[in-house]
Design a binder for this molecule. Structure first.
Ligand code: HEC
Ligand code: HEC
Length: 377
């Protein structure tokens, strides 16, 4: 065993722990991997070649994002669970969906900076924003539309959309489920939050973050949190788009401190990535979430079970690294995480195209019948 009361020894052991954890997670069997800590907010969002951004597509995507007519009941939109006037989430542990359903299994992550995620959802089951956007519309506990054809049909009944889709996607078959998803994804790529105090600090303004926050960086680095929370978004060490950076949580469920958290916050109920791959090695693996704006992301974790960032940090230290933090260490780490809150774009509500002289929404009995059918599926 390493004799290590001095800080250097502790530091080395902690980094070794983080690397061992990581190597185990990756199946790298003991290869030491050091990743870059942080870095300046990227100056450009990644844009797929087959879905270029144009002002008309952004504007259409924004309308669709706000339009509750994309839901079965006509009262749930993307905005309902991802409030772009505030933190891009709903601040509830688990989201409310159509027909008052409260059984969405997970907490909504923010749509701000989702454009930088290499995969979407806590379990990474969508490999792009385009693929992601189709999920909630057809999900029976979110927006509850029965199928893609019904979504397309509903938008075709709205004259303004017929016109706008033609402008953006051309005359041949302009309204398709793919085009709906492409437009929404394009709007989401505008939802970025650069210029946090930390970014100004990285650029050389050493007074941009407090001395507590600077101490926080040293503590985080000595523990090796960046073994998982690496790179400028603090979510992966440069993983290519579409692939995903997954890590186990909790790594040390039997650590006595972690075990208490596991019980209190139900940290082992969700099998995570396993639900997608059905590979037993993927049990309890999740996409490593970004630390950008994490101060605004409460409640924390995939099940929204932890109310404060202070507790989330203690849980991470215990369950991922087997460490118990002092109050001062928690304060410093949280000060640093607070410095990652960026500048949010000023969002305004879009005007939605009307259906003059009529409504396209279902009457109540028809709605009930469709809802029953959708739920049974
Ligand atoms: C009823 C609430 C609800 C509605 C409505 C909803 N979402 Fe979500 N969203 C969620 C939840 C919950 C998750 C996480 C689910 C999971 O990971 O399994 C999520 C995940 C996401 C993610 C992934 C972010 C990340 O960091 O992984 C994006 C992007 C997103 N939603 C965009 C949208 C868009 C676009 C719409 C409209 C088409 C929409 N959502 C509608 C609740 C909702
Ligand atoms: C072994 C990989 C790993 C290490 C090391 C690690 N994390 Fe995490 N972190 C994750 C994963 C995976 C999640 C998502 C867990 C979930 O919600 O199911 C996460 C989630 C978080 C969250 C909650 C984010 C949110 O939006 O809910 C915070 C805060 C956090 N980590 C901070 C830290 C800190 C601080 C450290 C170092 C003390 C650390 N992490 C070390 C993998 C790791």
């Amino acid at each position: 065993m390493e004799k290590s009361d001095n800080l250097y020894g502790r530091k080395r052991r902690r980094l070794a722990t983080a690397r061992a954890v990581l190597a185990a997670g990756l199946g790298l069997g003991g290869i030491a991997v050091a990743f870059a800590f942080g870095g300046e907010f990227p100056s450009k969002v990644p844009v797929p070649a087959d879905n270029p951004m144009t002002p008309a597509k952004i504007s259409l995507g924004k309308q669709l994002f706000f339009d509750p007519r994309l839901s079965l009941t006509g009262d749930v939109s993307c905005q309902t669970c991802h409030d772009v006037m505030s933190n891009g989430s709903d601040s509830l542990p688990l989201a409310f969906g159509v027909l008052g359903r409260v059984d969405t299994p997970r907490h909504p992550p923010s749509v701000f900076n989702a454009a930088f995620n290499t995969v979407q959802f806590w379990d990474g089951r969508a490999n792009s924003l385009e693929a992601q956007a189709k999920g909630p519309i057809l999900n029976p506990v979110e927006m509850g539309m029965p199928n893609a054809a019904d979504v397309v049909k509903r938008l075709q009944e709205i004259p303004g959309y017929r016109e706008e889709f033609r402008k953006v996607f051309g005359d041949k078959d302009p309204i398709t489920f793919d085009h709906i998803a492409q437009a929404i994804a394009t709007y989401e790529r505008t939802l970025v939050t650069p210029d946090s105090p930390y970014d100004r600090y990285v650029k050389g303004d050493k007074t941009a973050i407090s001395s507590d926050a600077q101490a926080g960086i040293n503590i985080i680095r000595s523990f090796g949190c960046e073994a998982c929370h690496a790179g400028p978004m603090f979510d992966n060490p440069g993983t290519p788009m579409g692939t995903g950076w997954f890590q186990k949580f909790p790594v040390q469920p039997h650590n006595p401190v972690c075990a208490k958290y596991v019980q209190k916050y139900h940290l082992t109920d969700d099998l995570g990535r396993f639900d997608v791959t059905h590979n037993p090695a993927d049990k309890h693996f999740f996409k490593v979430p970004s630390w950008r704006n994490v101060a605004l992301q409460a409640p924390y974790f995939q099940n929204g079970s932890v109310r404060t960032l202070q507790t989330a940090v203690r849980v991470m230290a215990a369950c991922q690294l087997g460490q118990t933090l002092t109050d001062k260490q928690v304060t410093d780490i949280v000060s640093f995480l607070d410095s990652l809150t960026g500048k949010f774009p000023k969002e305004t509500m879009p005007r939605l195209p009307e259906t003059p002289n009529t409504t396209i929404m279902m009457d109540v009995s028809q709605l009930q019948k469709t809802a029953e059918k959708t739920e049974k599926k």
